[in-house]
Design a protein around this ligand. Structure first.
Ligand code: LLP
Length: 435
């Protein structure tokens, strides 16, 4: 469900014509739809309402302060993994007791900042980290709440680079080690070990792995409670899918219909449920607009060379991810409806193309052997579902400035991040200092 749609062969977002916008603001350009972002968040809240969960939006997926502020305004907390993300959340006005802080390598400075900010939960990834957080809290005369991240060892059937809940991973501790962990640290007075955290991978395109993982976590919690450890919360992580191809992902309601019953008793007994969704909220709330620079043949292949690429959206290169790409202006016979955003499009006159960027790497592409309507120099292409893990993973490789970001709210367009300039690229280098 999103608010990007073709009308009379032209792509619109809410009340804005995106071809016209690209001409006016320039490309490459990340465009977000406020209504889509809000709809996704609201649907998620509704689907899981019976558990009244704390929804900690995973800021790593799309961290623009202005977008985070919208979600915070609707009551969202945030899942952060660095001091920088915590700072972003603070700038967005997120309530600090709604922050969960994960990440395997938290530094002393980051831990101190998070304690000072009075965040809700530290998600603990190892014994050494727990000891460090407890000792810093003690030095500061503070008390923090901690959740132990466990690896439920289930297969989320997702890309190897985004699988996290298996036994041999750098994240969390395995479930057998968890009880020993509580026996060792469960009485600490400065870091109160009071919750269990899991995150199995991303994206996870079915509810079953969640149910399996949560069942394992609940069994552990039951045993821990039996030993008189107080467990106040379970954080089931994020990883819910998004439709990169139409109809690919279960709906919020589909996930909830299986997950809610497994957690209902825990909730009814007074336990708090925490979710950390990122992609499912942000992915289809954003697109990347890019302009065709040149068309070139390479052997029998047709290359469509654009003014964006792996430096702005690295997902195809890094994970072989599919992003639907289509011109913002098409002939009537090439107008897709929303159900038609897919790899295989059964329309006449499409031609296989390599959609590539200007970066000096052969891995710089957004699509390979992709059948597109005829495109020419100057046309604007829309790369869909780019709201999550798009701009946040962009780089300045080859010294290309990063794109601007704009937010559409009905007919209004607001620039929420200005386009970088050449000056920005060298700003930190202009005054060398002797150390
Ligand atoms: N919680 C934890 C502990 C995580 O590690 C992640 C994502 C999330 C929540 C949010 O997952 P989401 O709901 O957004 O799927 N760059 C990759 C995805 C990396 C995900 C890392 N962790 C991609 O572009 O597919």
């Amino acid at each position: 469900m999103d608010h990007f749609e073709y009308r009379d062969g032209e792509l619109w977002c809410e009340g804005v014509d995106l071809t016209e916008l690209a001409g006016r603001v320039g490309t490459p350009l990340y465009v977000y739809s406020r209504r889509t972002l809000e709809d996704h968040y609201d649907r998620l809240v509704k689907a899981f309402a019976q558990l009244d969960p704390l929804i900690c939006y995973s800021i790593k997926s799309c961290g623009n302060v202005n977008l985070c502020r919208i979600l915070a305004g609707r009551g969202a907390g945030m899942d952060v993994v660095s001091g920088g993300e915590l700072f972003r959340a603070q700038q967005a006005g997120v309530r600090m007791d709604k922050i969960v802080y994960a990440g395997v390598g938290k530094t002393d400075a980051e831990i101190r900042d998070a304690i000072t900010a009075k965040i809700g939960w530290f998600n603990i990834e190892s014994e050494a980290e727990f000891e460090n957080i407890a000792s810093i809290a003690k030095q500061m005369g503070a008390q923090v709440r901690a959740a132990l991240r466990i690896n439920p060892d289930v297969d989320p059937k997702t890309h190897a680079k985004t699988t996290t809940g298996k036994k041999e991973t750098k994240f969390g501790v395995d479930i057998e080690r968890a009880r020993r962990f509580f026996e060792r640290y469960g009485q600490d007075e400065h870091a109160l070990l009071r919750a269990v955290h899991l995150h199995i991978g991303s994206p996870v395109y079915s509810p079953e792995p969640y149910v399996q993982a949560i069942d394992k976590a609940l069994t552990l919690i039951e045993k821990l409670r039996h030993q008189d450890y107080q467990i106040d919360a379970i954080d089931i992580g994020g990883g819910f899918g998004a439709d990169y191809e139409s109809g690919q992902s279960p709906s919020f309601a589909d996930y909830a219909s299986e997950i809610v019953p497994t957690l209902k008793k825990f909730h009814d007994d007074g336990g708090q449920v925490i979710l950390e969704p990122g992609r499912t909220i942000a992915a289809n709330a954003g697109v990347l607009l890019t302009r065709v620079q040149y068309i070139k043949m390479g052997g029998s292949k047709k290359f469509v060379i654009i003014d964006s690429g792996m430096h702005h959206l690295i997902r195809p290169t890094l994970y072989d991810s599919f992003h639907f790409i289509w011109p913002t202006k098409v002939a009537p016979m090439h107008q897709p409806d929303k159900g038609q955003r897919r790899l295989e499009m059964d329309l006449p006159g499409l031609e296989p193309c390599e959609v590539v960027g200007p970066v000096c790497e052969s891995g710089d592409y957004l699509a390979k052997a992709r059948r597109l309507p005829p495109v020419a120099r100057g046309d604007v292409l829309c790369v869909f579902s780019a709201g999550a893990y798009g701009m946040v993973m962009a780089s300045n490789y080859n010294a290309f400035p990063r794109p601007a970001e704009v937010l559409i709210n009905d007919k209004r367009v607001t620039q929420i991040r200005r386009r970088e300039t050449y000056q920005d690229l060298v700003a930190g280098e202009l005054e060398p200092t002797e150390l």
